[in-house]
Design a protein around this ligand. Structure first.
Ligand SMILES: Cc1cc2nc3c(=O)[nH]c(=O)nc-3n(C[C@H](O)[C@H](O)[C@H](O)COP(=O)(O)O)c2cc1C
Length: 345
């Protein structure tokens, strides 16, 4: 028997956006407008996430928490010499921002405090937990479900969908190639491509009866209707919320999303070592081809460079995560974005 997503007024989801995009204000505004919203648990310290979870509970609307699944034990990590070689190649970018790169200081392993975050969500359960970047351990899925959460797993192919169902997921986030930010692909070496999200949704819907949340490339209400018609029970948006009043995106990122100088998005691992869709800026043009596969090492290597780029308004060197619908991202209240997307439903 297929489970159902939590009851919300609208079949819309405010997607998790780690790195600052998601805020408690964004969660409040989008859930008040009738959407289901996710906190972004990735990158956060467990204590900070625990505080956000308490605040989200206090707001009193259904919400979810998104976690990054660490690479399974035994996954090869990036060879330190390859990391050092990339550090030499991008050193002039860092120097232009007054940053010195130190590949020797990059942690060899980083599981984003997965176990501590699962523990906190077992102690303080939330309506929905979603997991991205790979298959979560089945025991953790079972534990989160036993605590009362619906567990969603992000998938990018029908094969991943079948595997997620087998490990006990209650539902799937079907992320298409048009999505902004990191791809949730379970195989970061795979070419994510440029296909339509609706095609991935239809292919997944043919293989499972689990409820599906479609994500990727939404630029207005017609795209929402199209994804629902393809088989999704709800549609998630990320990029369309980045320029709203309640978003935590930097001023540099907000401006770039509608800057005519940036006329294309591309999937690149140049910033973090994992494929992610971003506006095609100078950093992408200069380094996309030679960037190694190696998340989270490349993420740690470039972190300070990117922080300085955001702070100084250097859009040419910032990771400008963006889905293909970025030109339609409006300024103003996030609730208006949710209501506009629901027009015609
Ligand atoms: C700035 C940004 C940060 C993101 N961070 C996360 C994240 O932490 N976890 C996650 O599962 N997806 C993340 N995503 C992907 C979104 O959850 C969602 O799949 C995507 O935004 C949908 O495509 P759209 O941007 O075209 O609406 C992020 C996307 C953006 C734009």
């Amino acid at each position: 028997m297929a489970t159902r997503l939590p009851d919300t007024d609208l079949p819309l989801v405010a997607a998790p956006m780690a790195g600052g995009g998601t805020t408690l204000d964004l969660l409040a505004a989008t859930t008040d407008a009738g959407a289901l919203a996710f906190l972004a648990g990735g990158y956060q310290a467990p204590d900070a996430l625990a505080a956000q979870v308490r605040a989200a509970h206090a707001h009193g609307r259904p919400f979810g928490v998104n976690l990054f699944v660490p690479a399974p034990p035994g996954t090869p990590t990036l060879d330190p010499t390859a990391l050092a070689a990339y550090a030499r190649r991008i050193a002039p970018e860092a120097a232009a921002l007054g940053v010195t790169l130190d590949p020797g200081a990059v942690p060899a392993a980083d599981d984003d405090a997965w176990a501590a975050k699962v523990d906190l969500l077992r102690r303080d359960p939330v309506p929905v937990v979603s997991c991205t970047f790979g298959p979560p351990p089945a025991a953790d899925v079972a534990a989160l479900r036993a605590a009362g959460s619906l567990v969603l797993v992000t998938v990018t192919t029908p094969q991943e969908a079948v595997a997620a169902q087998e490990l006990g997921a209650d539902g799937l986030v079907v992320q298409g190639p048009a999505a902004g930010g990191h791809s949730g692909t379970w195989d970061p070496a795979r070419t994510v491509g440029d296909g339509a999200t609706a095609d991935v949704v239809a292919a997944v819907a043919a293989r499972t009866r689990l409820p599906l949340v479609a994500a990727g490339g939404v630029d207005g209400p017609r795209a929402v209707a199209h994804l629902l018609a393809a088989g999704a029970q709800a549609v998630a948006v990320g990029t369309l919320l980045l320029r709203t009043d309640e978003s935590g995106a930097s001023a540099t990122h907000r401006a770039a999303l509608v800057d005519p100088r940036f006329d294309a998005t591309t999937v690149t691992r140049a910033f973090t070592g994992r494929p992610a869709r971003a506006l095609r800026n100078g950093f992408v043009r200069r380094h996309d081809e030679d960037a190694p596969l190696g998340y989270p090492q490349v993420h740690h290597l470039t972190r300070e460079l990117r922080r300085r780029a955001a702070a100084t308004g250097d859009a040419d060197r910032l990771h400008l995560w963006a889905g293909t619908g970025h030109r339609a991202a409006p300024a103003g209240p996030a609730g208006d974005v949710v209501r506009a997307l629901a027009a015609g439903l």
